[in-house]
Ligand binder design. Structure first.
Ligand code: SAH
Ligand code: ZN
Ligand code: ZN
Ligand code: ZN
Ligand code: ZN
Length: 429
């Protein structure tokens, strides 16, 4: 697939089987942790044969992107000079074509008359990658994207490091090109190299957020560093919306490295400051994220997507989105739209969803999913409305849960007490 054209460094994983006590360590591509998605897999203690090395090199050669970012930037300049009738995009290869290349793509499906507006909204031209675990692309609904941008501006930021948020990036880029007074700038960091066809090397870096790897090497790193450099009055915020199958630990480690790059560029001011950040992720990862970023809190705002049936806005009669904004900005400053039902809780000093009731006993607005939660005196906390207290398990759970406790934590949310198959992330019941 496209996502793994050149995987960059690999991560070391531990594979445990029931038979062995100790896990056997192996390397896998950190962009595609699933073996089905990527052929790169190697035991740590394994000797790799010459033949396999050769095969791997062959594979890498064949899966290299056809053009470098520099070449693509040059090609875009030429593409723009073409009359509309000669502006073709190959849907099979996901590539803008220059007239001399049409021949090579004969038999492929073309999209024709690519307008300048279309070149400015590549996320609508490219098909969303659908690789389930590692590279599923869920694009923001326009309403959510506009909300994020308005919020960013209201908070006084003028520069956005967009990590895995191509649609936010393109909204900023296209507004900037249409309106001279619009002073927000954005740099996109993403693993999807198809975007290199639409942005210059100052606007897009091919980046792997699972292992903080810049495919463009030192120059790309420098571009990012430069972007993070704070001039007076041009404050930077990082916004990221990683694939939900991504390991929180690996992501957090990369984001800390991006924060460190920001801190290095911070010439004045104290060292304790953190780069402001929005990490967009499902609410059931709250404890995992807070483990790595204790200064973060979760906002009630429900982020909606265009191409995800489950994660669309509740008001349209669909299920409510479980995706939230985690941020190190003071919660009270994050103003949520009243017209969508959010209200300000004066005790909690933050905006909450309409169904989220302030619990007198917990002394907080406790709902995580937007529905009204109820307090359980035995658990001494608020729980989902559909849960009841189970004396056998000594905690609240769904009525039809099975009482056997599972020892190992859940792979998805990291919590004990359930397995991946019954994790809240799969069912919002
Ligand atoms: N809602 C966002 C898109 C989120 S989908 C928007 O509309 O802008 C997740 C994004 O992360 C995709 O753009 C995908 O290409 C990118 N991505 C996936 N794996 C990545 C990785 N390992 N490193 C960097 N970006 C990655
Ligand atoms: Zn083609
Ligand atoms: Zn409250
Ligand atoms: Zn309570
Ligand atoms: Zn209970």
């Amino acid at each position: 697939g496209n996502g793994c054209a050149s995987p960059g460094p690999t991560l070391l994983f531990v594979k445990t089987s029931r038979a062995e006590e100790q896990g056997r360590r192996f390397y896998a591509c950190s962009a595609c942790r699933d073996r089905k998605d990527c052929s790169f897999f190697q035991w740590e203690d394994e000797k790799v044969s010459e033949a396999r090395l050769a095969a791997r090199e062959e594979y890498n050669r064949n899966h290299q992107p056809s053009f470098t970012h520099r070449q693509n930037a040059e090609r875009l300049k030429n593409f723009i000079l073409l009359p509309l009738s000669q502006r073709k995009f190959c849907q099979d290869c996901q590539q803008l074509l220059l007239p001399a290349e049409w021949q090579e793509h004969s038999g492929h499906q073309f999209q024709c008359d690519i307008s300048t507006a279309q070149l400015k909204t590549p996320s609508q031209l490219l098909y969303p990658l659908e690789n389930k675990k590692t590279n599923a692309q869920y694009l923001f609904a326009d309403r959510s994207c506009q909300f994020l941008l308005d919020l960013i501006i209201a908070l006084g930021f003028r520069r956005v490091l967009s990590v895995g948020t191509p649609r936010l990036h393109e909204m900023i880029q296209s507004k900037a090109s249409q309106d001279r007074d619009f002073s927000v700038r954005s740099l996109l960091l993403d693993i999807d190299f198809r975007y290199s066809q639409f942005y210059t090397e100052d606007e897009f870096c091919h980046y792997n957020m699972f292992n903080h790897y810049f495919f463009g090497g030192e120059a790309a790193h420098e571009t990012c560093q430069q972007f993070l450099y704070q001039d007076t009055g041009e404050r930077v915020i990082m916004v990221t919306d990683p694939p939900f199958g991504g390991l929180v630990e690996a992501l957090a480690s990369s984001f800390k490295k991006l924060m460190a790059m920001w801190r290095e560029t911070e010439k004045e001011g104290d060292d304790n400051q953190e780069m402001p950040m929005f990490w967009i992720f499902p609410y059931f990862f709250e404890s995992r994220i807070l483990e790595f970023f204790p200064s973060f809190s979760m906002m009630d705002y429900q982020v909606d997507y265009d191409n995800h049936a489950l994660y669309k806005h509740g008001k349209t009669g669909r299920r409510q989105s479980p995706v939230r904004i985690f941020t190190n900005i003071t919660p009270g400053r994050i103003v949520l739209p009243i017209e969508e039902g959010y209200r300000f809780c004066t005790i909690c000093q933050r905006y909450v969803s309409s169904g989220n009731q302030h619990c007198e006993i917990c002394n907080s607005c406790t709902s995580k999913d937007g529905r009204r939660w109820k307090h359980c005196a035995l658990c001494n906390k608020c729980v989902k409305p559909s849960w009841i207290h189970c004396d056998k398990c000594n905690c609240c759970a769904l009525q039809d849960h099975s009482c056997e406790r599972t020892d190992a934590g859940c792979f998805v949310c990291g919590k004990a007490g359930h397995k991946r198959s019954t994790c809240a992330r799969l069912s919002l019941a």
